[in-house]
Design a protein around this ligand. Sequence first.
Ligand code: DHE
Length: 586
Amino acid sequence: MTTRARPARTVLLGTVALFLGLAAPVIAEDKPKDHTDGPAAAYEPSMTTLGQIQVEIPGRKPDDPVMTQEEFQKAATIYFERCAGCHGVLRKGATGKPLTTDITRENGYDYLASFITYGSPAGMPNWGTSGALSEEDVDLMARYLLLEPPAPPEWGMPEMLASWKVVVKPEDRPKEKMNDIDIDNLMSVTLRDAGQVALIDGGTYEIKAVIDTGYAVHISRISASGRYLFVIGRDGLVNMIDLWMETPGTVASIKIGIEARSIETSKFEGWEDKLAIAGAYWPPQYVIMDGDTLEPKKIVSTRGMIYDEQTYHPEPRVASILSSHFKPEFIVNVKETGKILFVDYTDLKNLKVTEIEAERFLHDGGFDSTKRYFLVAANQRGKIAVVDTKEDKLTALVETGGQTPHPGRGANFTHPVYGPVWATSHLGDESIALIGTDPEGHPDQAWKVVDSFFGLGGGSLFIKTHPNSTHLYVDAPLNPDAEISGSVAVFDITAMGGDPNVDPEYTTLPIAEWAGIPEGQPRVVQPEFNKDGTEVWFSVWNGKDQESAIVVVDDKTLELKTVIKDPRLVTPTGKFNVLNTKDDVY
Ligand code: DHE
């Protein structure tokens, strides 16, 4: 492994590491120096849909602090949107500490109000002094935490069936493609705050359709056939979109939970698209559906024991989900229990699940270049879990050496010295780690960090390359420095592996500047290649009421190719090329 002295850099985003509870706890009385609840705070899960649910004050006790129903509702909304991501929906704790009444009443109102106001170096944002919450809201939240938490509603088969719609029956759908779109080169673009996806032609850059999807829509995945787009909103709404229709549109939809983040279809030979699966944060569950109609078939709760402590967790959220190419199995990552589930979908009535103990706080990840191994970030433990989808076993747990690895699906390439590697960047610092992925040809490097070097800055979310490219692109959208969050670092893979004491050079692309957007502080997020790997698309993500854009760069020359602007492009974030997403090319 190549290691280099870490340059004296303002390790960026101490706030990120802090928000994610990576430092030692300090109690509020010490009132640490002020710190901003930087952009990374926005990156903690926000249960915005739960925040809209009507909740009642649970069984009031005589000495309960007085709070009107309106106050309680307002406090619950603030809690779900700003606090539940870290402290759990039921306040049992997740990446943040538990806030159950045995603890909050012990600490008392003054302690809670102070903690909410000043935050802590352990990652609690300073909601009061940063201005995120008014004094009245801080008072409200301190009183709210002295009451029992409301338990949001469950979402089971009756609710799912009531939400399920087959807009166009399979038998009534086109028997052949009815449009002239080069579907393999179509880009599904998340329009986050609009709750829509834009389908943009990768050849003409023309917006072919803008389709209503779920609230705060999150990601798209593609059927094995390449015909259907599956999109999930944070509100748990799944849209199945037929790309063969004259104008692509929704043919089926279903709400699989109240908060959700992941969606996939079955990809194993003979089972292609027979089933679809979606994972929810609340209720903590995954749902297996008919792949043609989204009819809900099987709901499985992920509530259970944390893998190492063996204590019960009431709301382990379903993070990323992948589809095995080696077995008829979905691979389901459960965040708070740290378990990876290999779900055999061949017999839903007698469901066989292989439960792998991995590491807590599983988040996002992707396959290695052979699509046999799955590498997923246990981001708040600074590790990458590697599982073998052929043997259904944990292959390794790799410490990346950085803070909060956040790979997206990661990036696979052949390193000049170390051979096949998979790369991740980090939210909490500017490091990029390369993990060897070739146990046959490079056994000494397999499942180890073979190199770690520095990019533009921390606050990175996504890293990408393509088999036809010699470049590795790394974003940093959550970096507080506008210049860094508006740029992208590009490494020349062929130049890697030189002097082990010198960091690989990178080129900085001023993407936000190229977009020519004068207002706001647009953040450049998620590189995504076109189908041939000749262009890289970047989202220039601005405020909801400000202009955003998509910037397209020529992968060979690293020059600006075009800027796509359109009033319909509201807060573009994730982009998913149909061919690369279908075939797990990254
Ligand atoms: Fe995501 C993937 C969860 C915030 C853009 N995001 C994922 C996955 C999970 C997840 C579990 C993996 C899905 C899979 O592969 O099946 N994301 C969360 C959160 O909990 C979090 C931190 C806060 C929240 O409340 O949702 C969060 N995500 C964001 C954003 O703020 C981003 C940057 C902008 C947006 O559109 O919301 C964002 N997440 C993405 C993207 C992917 C993603 C683009 C897919 C990456 C890929 O290449 O597959």
